[in-house]
Design a protein around this ligand. Structure first.
Ligand SMILES: O=C(O)CCC(=O)C(=O)O
Length: 328
């Protein structure tokens, strides 16, 4: 109700603070400021510090301590365990019987699609927001998630960088790596060649069939030794898609239980080379040169907390390691 103070004065609304609060909460939905402007920018309380962003920018990786609460680690770890057990139920081979690549880990991709209780992890708002801040991008999509369970006795993960595996023209990509029990030099922590995301290495290290980059004698890592980064449960380790990395072997009898999310900047386009296949773009028929936007790669950030995407139809034909795959 406006009160007037005579001609020439503007209306003074005594309910203005209440109106402002209602408007603010309606827009924001949380006590934190979040304003979407017309140009798609958003404003939230940052989760990272200047030092963390600088570290990631310079070194191409960063461990963020305690990003997940113990209750989340327990809940999501159990959900991913169930999903991996279900996806791998058909595979009774011993470690020795598997390929060199498969001896590094059991890899199960896009668990978010067919395991609803994994979905809140793969679209975890705090993790995706942190990734967006490190990459300095206003919006991210999920390229895919994957469990990487390195069993007791599992081989080291060979040195490589991720970007050449993906037919994306732009290299605005980042992975969040979550070890539910933590990971150390005995169980298989990650090591990163600091600054290698800026080395401009285009070569594809095909670790499916080969040994990956030679970090000592090869030119790719420029002789820079990797920095190994043990993590504890609750920590999330981020690395840029161009960062050369590897992981230690698992010398214990315990499985190193890891789930990862790979994000890419919204607006990224499919590489011109149509021969470079990948389910994340092929499933949705994304043409070379076109923006990679589909239900297979939904927006991960910004997304209202608790708002989870609908999964796309299962791949057709089925793809090993992806949802709904069963051996013939
Ligand atoms: O977890 C591992 O052993 C390797 C992970 C990795 O290479 C990645 O997330 O890009």
């Amino acid at each position: 109700m406006p009160l007037f103070f005579g001609a020439g004065f503007r209306a003074l609304d005594v309910f203005l603070p209440v109106r402002f609060a209602v408007f603010f909460l309606a827009i924001v939905g949380t006590p934190f400021p979040r304003i979407h402007s017309g140009c798609g920018l958003y404003w939230v309380m940052p989760l990272t510090t200047d030092e963390q962003r600088k570290f990631f920018d310079e070194r191409g990786y960063l461990v963020v301590r305690g990003l997940l609460a113990p209750v989340e680690i327990a809940r999501f770890g159990a959900a991913v365990d169930r999903a991996v057990a279900a996806r791998c139920a058909h595979d009774q081979r011993s470690l020795e019987e598997r390929s060199r690549y498969e001896q590094s880990f059991r890899q199960c991709i896009n668990l978010w699609e067919d395991f609803a209780d994994v979905r809140p992890l793969s679209f975890h708002a705090k993790i995706a927001q942190t990734a967006a801040e490190l990459l300095d991008q206003p919006a991210l999509r999920l390229w895919h998630d994957q469990a990487l369970y390195k069993e007791g006795g599992g081989r080291a993960t060979d040195p490589h960088h991720d970007q050449p595996y993906w037919p994306l023209a732009e290299a605005n990509t980042i992975t969040a790596w979550i070890a539910f029990d933590g990971a150390d030099h005995e169980t298989g922590c990650m090591g990163y060649v600091p600054g290698s995301h800026r080395f401009g290495v285009r070569k594809f290290a095909n670790i499916f069939t080969e040994a990956g980059f030679d970090l000592e004698k090869g030119e790719e890592a420029r002789g820079v030794p990797p920095e190994f980064a043990p993590v504890q449960a609750g920590d999330v380790a981020f690395h840029h898609g161009m960062t050369i990395h590897l992981a230690r072997a698992n010398q214990t009898q315990r499985t190193r239980r890891v789930h990862t999310m790979i994000y890419f900047a919204d607006g990224s386009t499919r590489k011109a080379n149509a021969k470079h296949r990948h389910p994340s773009v092929d499933r949705a028929g994304i043409e070379p040169g076109a923006p990679v936007r589909s239900a297979v790669t939904p927006i991960a950030w910004p997304r209202a907390a608790g708002d989870l995407p609908e999964p796309p139809p299962p791949p057709e034909p089925r793809i090993p390691g992806w949802p709904s795959w069963e051996p013939a």
